[in-house]
Design a protein around this ligand. Structure first.
Ligand code: DGL
Length: 262
């Protein structure tokens, strides 16, 4: 048993999709969530900048005495090396590995699309991991730079969102993919719009897959919490702004968001 919190971070709202999944799967766990909203979006940053962001985010969560860190960000999960993840002295889980395994298992026709930020796609990490697990599959990675700024500005439907999604998804539809990895944790917030363009494709929610991995790891290592269920939110940018948007996406009112000095 370990009642310390699970630390979760993302550049902004996207990681809340992983928080929702964690709360469903592990209602007794305490969670500390960090949104690095002062530096969102991450998807157009260089590797060097992303490493600095990740270092700051992980150090902040370590200062909160968490028992495990979930990188609820496809971009950092794609660009941080395994050695970097293993260098912090506690378990660090990214979203890429569990999502790649789920997609490889799910596909029937072997055609897998991956949509993610420009930095994630540039890293080649999703493609490389999928090709490792299923060398027989065809992988179609598509960078989607317009989506995170739209979602962070509160837009999850309407003409602008549909236009951007059609630009990114129509070529995947033409290829006949049957599985689409939503490689950025922001994208499940567009699930219904994506589903209307690609109704036959199975959508892989990377945050939800990673939440299952967190559950398995805690159970296997006798680290589950026995009382808790409390969620604390921190934002490096404007806390009121994050509070309003996060409450809408989580479906319940967050009472307090504190400032994180990174
Ligand atoms: N949720 C982050 C991801 O999964 C968003 C990256 C960004 O801020 O551009 O990649």
């Amino acid at each position: 048993m370990d009642n310390r919190a699970i630390g979760v971070f993302d550049s902004g709202l996207g990681g809340l999709t992983a928080v929702s999944a964690l709360r469903r799967l592990l209602p007794d766990e305490n969670i500390v969530y960090l949104a690095d909203t002062a530096r969102v979006p991450y998807g157009d940053k260089s590797l060097d900048e992303l490493n600095k962001c990740a270092e700051g985010d992980i150090s902040f969560l370590l200062s909160k005495n968490v028992k495990l860190i979930l990188i609820a960000c496809g971009t950092v999960s794609s660009t941080l090396t395994r050695e970097q993840m293993e260098s912090y002295g506690i378990k660090v889980i990214g979203v890429l590995e569990p999502a790649a395994r789920a997609a490889a298992e799910q596909t029937q026709n072997g055609k897998i699309g991956v949509i993610a930020t420009a930095a994630s796609i540039k890293s080649g990490a999703y493609k490389a991991r999928l090709a490792d697990i299923r060398p027989d599959c065809e992988i179609y990675p598509v960078p989607c730079p317009k989506l995170v700024p739209l979602i962070e500005s509160g837009k999850t439907e309407g003409k602008e969102v549909k236009g951007a999604l059609c630009e990114y998804l129509d070529p995947l539809k033409a290829e006949g993919i049957d599985t689409l990895v939503l490689g950025c944790t922001h994208y499940p917030l567009l699930k219904s719009e994506i589903g209307s363009i690609l109704p036959e494709a199975s959508l892989i929610d990377v945050g939800a897959q990673a939440a299952k991995e967190v559950k398995d790891y805690l159970a296997e290592n006798d680290m589950l919490s026995e009382n808790g269920g409390e969620c604390k939110f921190f934002a490096s940018g404007n806390p009121e702004d994050f509070c309003g948007k996060a409450s809408r996406f989580l479906g319940y009112q967050i009472e307090k968001v504190s400032i994180a000095k990174l």
